[in-house]
Design a protein around this ligand. Structure first.
Ligand SMILES: C[S@@+](CC[C@H](N)C(=O)[O-])C[C@H]1O[C@@H](n2cnc3c(N)ncnc32)[C@H](O)[C@@H]1O
Length: 206
């Protein structure tokens, strides 16, 4: 005689689809789709970019999205600038994606207004920033500190990094009046690499 026993367990996985919902509800979703739908894991990429966007909104408030004194630098944005294109659509800021792998370069790249693409390593650029600087490094392999060091003129910076295999760090330089770092895990990111690092920096006037 043989016995069979059926055992069932319920495992609650703390995952949220909020970023996919947010993306699908956007008026600009059809325009952004071409940046996401050609990669291997589009949903994962959407969640990474929108986790960075959510942290910007949490730290600065969406009331700042219409201002024209912000520059957003996106180091290591990939061949198709997913995060840069998303930020250009969702804010009125100047957006600069920097990656040697970019498929297009120049102003209004990929037909996106206010998106500048620079096909270089971040450490080889020299950029003039507006007074408020936002740096978004989404699974970037670029050296994070370089994004601050190569940008002149900024007074306050918000740096957000979602690291994958290359560690992402900011050094507390003497020229910074304040450099405060925080870290959270975001279960809305469809990847084990779901730590979101945030630095808020105020620079001494020069
Ligand atoms: C894992 S990919 C991530 C691409 C994109 N952020 C994404 O999430 O799909 C890492 C990117 O970092 C870029 N990268 C590596 N070193 C860099 C550097 N020094 N400056 C700018 N980009 C760099 C690579 O070319 C690559 O596109």
């Amino acid at each position: 005689m043989s016995w069979s026993v059926n055992v069932s367990t319920t495992v609650t996985v703390p995952v949220s689809a909020r970023y996919i919902d947010e993306f699908l509800r956007l008026k600009c979703a059809p325009d952004l789709l071409r940046f996401f739908n050609k990669c291997q894991h589009p949903a994962k990429e959407v969640t990474e970019t929108f986790a960075a966007f959510r942290m910007v909104r949490k730290q600065l408030g969406s009331e700042n999205f219409g201002r024209n004194d912000f520059t957003c630098i996106v180091p290591g944005d990939g061949a198709l600038p997913r995060t840069g294109a998303t930020m250009a659509h969702l804010t009125r800021w100047e957006i600069i994606s920097v990656d040697p792998a970019l498929k297009e370069e120049g102003e209004n790249a990929f037909g996106v207004e206010r998106l500048q693409c620079i096909k270089k390593r971040i450490q080889d650029c020299r950029l003039y920033s507006r007074p408020n600087l936002v740096v978004l490094a989404v699974h970037s392999h670029a050296p994070l500190q370089a994004a601050l060091d190569i940008a002149s003129n900024w007074k306050e910076a918000l740096v957000i990094a979602i690291p994958c295999c290359v560690p992402q760090a900011i050094q507390d330089r003497e020229e910074y009046l304040k450099c405060k770092m925080s870290s959270t895990q975001d279960m809305g990111i469809f990847s084990q690499k779901n730590e979101v690092l945030t630095w808020k920096i105020i620079r001494a006037s020069r």
